[in-house]
Design a protein around this ligand. Structure first.
Ligand code: COI
Length: 354
C-alpha cells in the first residue's frame, strides 16, 4: 500500500540545463535536474517524492553494496515535432522490473507508484528531452536494498528511484564482436533473465579482454557447452540467414528485451519468417562461410539497432556484409524511430504520452 498518492515535489532553484550542449550529447554522463524516490519500510511503500538530483546516503552495510541486491530498468522518452514527450513501451519495462524484483526477493513495485513517479518526473523535466534524430531521454528506474544488515537473507527495506539522462548513440559505429567460449555470463537456473547488477558486473572483465584484442563486445554462449549463442550483454542479437529473422529463444539466461520483442513484431507484421529458437554457433559460422548471412545486429534500449560488422570466432575474424546492403535492419531502425518520434501511426499502441 502506498501512504499517499500525492508525490511531494521539491524543485531545484538552479537548473543545470544550460550546461547541456544539445548538439553534442554523450551517453549516460549528464543527469536531468530531478529524481524520483520512494521507500519501502515495514512492509509498505512510503513517501514518494521528487527532489533535485543529488548523491545518496546509504548504509555502508547495505546488501545492495555487498550482495548486489539491486535491479534496474532502461527505457527512453522522445520528443515529437509538436513538443510532446512520448515514452516507448513503459508497460513492458514495468513488468520486467517486477520479474527481476521477484527473483531477487524484493517487493513488487505497484503500478501506480511506477507510473505516477515516471509521469510526474518526466513532466517536470520535460525540457531535458532532446528532439534531434538519434537522441532521447534515457530513463533508469532502479530498486535496491536499503537494509543495514551484513548477513545473507531477504532484505526488508528498499528504495525505488528513477533518474534520467539525455543521451545520444550508445554505439556510435558498427561493432565488432567476439564469440565467447570460455567465460560465462549466465547459466540455466541463474538470474540472466533479470536486469540485476549481478549479471553486468562480472561480464565486464571478459569484455575488457576482448576489447584489448580490438573487439567492442562479446557474443555470449550458453554456460554449459558454449554451443549456443545467447545475447551480447548490452543487447539481444539477431541474424538474417537465408532471408529469415533468427534470434535465440528466451530462457533463464537471456534478457527478455523490449526492442527484441518490437523488432520481431514488426518483422512478423511485414510477413517475414521469424524464428525464435536455439541458435548454434556452428550453424551461424557455416552460414557466414557459405554467404547465407546477410545481416547481424544487436537490439536493445540503449543500443537501439546496433549493426555488427565483424564476428571473431576461435582466433579468426569474419567480416559481415556491408551495412548499407542490410535491408531489414536499416528499415526496422527507421520505422522504429518514426514510431518513437511520433512521425508515423503507432499501430501497436507502443507510445505513452506524458
Ligand atoms: C539498456 O539497454 O537500457 C541497458 O540497460 C543496457 C546497458 C548496457 C546500458
Amino acid at each position: 500500500m502506498i501512504d499517499s498518492l500525492n508525490i511531494s515535489v521539491k524543485k531545484t532553484s538552479a537548473s543545470r540545463i544550460g550546461q547541456l550542449d544539445f548538439a553534442n550529447i554523450p551517453f549516460g554522463k549528464i543527469y536531468a535536474d530531478h529524481l524520483f524516490t520512494a521507500s519501502y519500510i515495514d512492509g509498505g511503500w512510503k513517501t514518494p517524492e521528487i527532489v533535485p538530483y543529488e548523491d545518496l546516503r546509504i548504509s555502508p552495510a547495505s546488501p545492495a553494496l555487498h550482495y548486489g541486491i539491486s535491479v534496474f530498468e532502461g527505457l527512453k522518452a522522445y520528443k515529437n515535432d509538436q513538443g510532446e514527450v512520448l515514452v516507448f513501451r513503459p508497460d513492458k519495462n514495468f513488468e520486467r522490473m517486477n520479474v527481476s524484483a521477484e527473483r531477487m526477493c524484493m517487493p513488487l513495485i505497484p503500478e501506480q507508484l511506477y507510473f505516477d513517479g515516471l509521469n510526474t518526473l518526466l513532466d517536470i523535466d520535460r525540457d531535458w528531452v532532446p528532439s534531434a534524430q538519434g537522441t532521447s531521454l534515457y530513463i533508469r528506474p532502479f530498486l535496491f536494498s536499503d537494509d543495514d544488515y551484513i548477513g545473507i537473507r531477504p532484505s526488508q527495506n528498499f528504495r525505488f528511484m528513477i533518474i534520467t539522462c539525455p543521451v545520444g548513440a550508445y554505439y556510435a559505429k558498427p561493432v565488432k564482436v567476439k564469440i565467447e567460449t570460455h567465460y560465462t555470463r549466465a547459466a540455466e537456473g541463474g538470474s540472466g533473465f533479470c536486469k540485476t547488477g549481478c549479471n553486468y558486473g562480472p561480464a565486464i572483465y571478459p569484455a575488457k579482454l576482448a576489447q584489448e584484442k580490438g573487439y567492442d563486445q562479446l557474443l555470449w554462449t550458453d554456460g554449459k557447452e558454449h554451443r549456443y549463442i545467447e545475447e551480447s550483454g548490452t543487447m539481444n542479437v539477431m541474424f538474417i540467414i537465408d532471408g529469415k529473422l533468427i534470434t535465440p529463444s528466451l530462457g533463464d539466461s537471456i534478457l527478455d528485451g523490449i526492442t527484441r520483442d518490437s523488432v520481431m513484431a514488426l518483422a512478423s507484421d511485414w510477413g517475414m519468417d521469424v524464428e525464435e529458437r536455439k541458435v548454434e554457433v556452428n550453424e551461424v559460422m557455416s552460414a557466414i562461410k557459405e554467404g547465407r548471412v546477410s545481416e547481424v545486429f544487436g537490439v536493445g534500449t540503449a543500443a537501439t539497432i546496433a549493426q555488427i560488422e565483424l564476428i571473431g570466432h576461435e582466433g579468426t575474424d569474419y567480416e559481415l556484409p556491408a551495412v548499407e546492403t542490410r535491408e531489414f535492419s536499416n528499415k526496422v531502425l527507421k520505422v522504429l524511430d518514426d514510431i518513437k518520434y511520433g512521425r508515423i501511426e503507432d499501430k501497436f499502441g507502443w507510445m505513452h504520452t506524458v
